[in-house]
Design a protein around this ligand. Sequence first.
Ligand code: PA5
Length: 478
Amino acid sequence: MKKTDEQKLSGRPGGLLSLDYNNLMSPAVDEAGLSEADLGAIGEALNSARKNVEGQYKKGLLPFMDLPFQSEEVKKYQSLAENLRKFDNVVVLGIGGSALGAKAVFNALRPLNHNSLPASKRAYPRLFVADNVDPEGFGALLENLDIRKTVFNVISKSGATAETMSQFLVVYDRLKRDLGKTSLKDHLIITTDPQSGVLRKIVDRQALMSLPVPPGIGGRFSVMTAVGLAPLAAAGVNIADFLAGAAAAQQESTAEPMKNMAYLFAGLNWFLTTRKKRASLVMMPYADSLGQVADWFGQLWNESLGKGRLLNGKDANAGQTAIKALGATDQHSQLQLYMEGPKDKTICFLRTETFRQNLNIPRLFDEHPELAYLGGHSLGELLNYEQRGTARALAAAGRPNFTMTMPQVTPAALGYLMHMLEVATVVSGCLYKVDPLDQPGVELGKKYAYGLMGRDGFEDFKAAYDDSLRDDPRYILS
Ligand code: PA5
């Protein structure tokens, strides 16, 4: 790939993605930083994590690593997408891992005004991801759509998630009422476990259109299955290139640990958390298109690594808190804390060198030096100089940070980034000695909610909840 001017300026290599961790090293951030000896220790830990990951892969426990290589699946979703072009809207009903991947990729790869363009200016349907049950939000979305021109993709691996199932019931009822029972076969696509769960039963009994969530793939690792690929193809994302980038990340993840990005990302952050008290990782994209990647990453990192129990059964409070920030917007809200507040964070910048659209800043008001310096630059340049300035300022204040650069936000680059981060998450699981594929902490809250909503079999949770209600008026202010 030809080097861009910015790469020449910074000496950064080309490729889909680069990771520059100079500002994690002690010459840049003094005692907060890493020494060569620290890198040696990280390398050793990663070597043993590597054996562990390879062992798990051989036992078939990490099937997400094979997802980038499924060319047959790509054809299937591309042909489904062709059929869906007759619709004006594709609405995903899902939550957590069944929503965040598609949201992040759609936002990154389709024009940011895709959903506001009139149908005549769009080759593909609009894509909405309804991942909350707020009646005002969901109600407003439904009100704005012409249901006759809308297909709903209900995505739930378990087929039991209360939020998604409630949305499903609302939509099912509305389709039946407004368009008649026969419409269900055209306007609903159900993505769920191929064998188990109540959704699967409904699909089979009513012969509804359905797609499988492959066994062994958890929600937050599922963007490269039907969960992400089907709605993304429908919205016009080049899913073949997306997977090709992911395949490159998978292949490169077998290189020597300190020389491959997934292991390095995991190792650096683990060491900073456990040895340098950097309990939080702020993911700060400097591009609106990449903003929702930080939300997707937040779920992946937090739900996978935040665990109360180690693999050996011992109690722990493992993990590193991922926080989302958006540059330059959050320079004016969160940055003050990162510069001068608690020394407990690492900042990860995510930036691009090429904006699909750029705006030049006109040369005006030459008589005012406070404005004149802006003229002749572009907004993209300004954003990237803001990022560089912030990284430098953080380093000068002894705050470790590193920068991931995507020369261009392409399907391949995004596939590379997302798969690399999934592998990094599993490697981190080995380093923290936790199971990154489960989420026991999320389950308890769900059980109380089931009990409160009157679901059979969850009466004990309702009783326990009622029992615990000892609201003391002294502690309520109204
Ligand atoms: O990553 C996960 O496993 C979770 O976030 C799930 O995706 C989320 O809870 C939704 O689950 P389901 O797809 O079963 O409805």
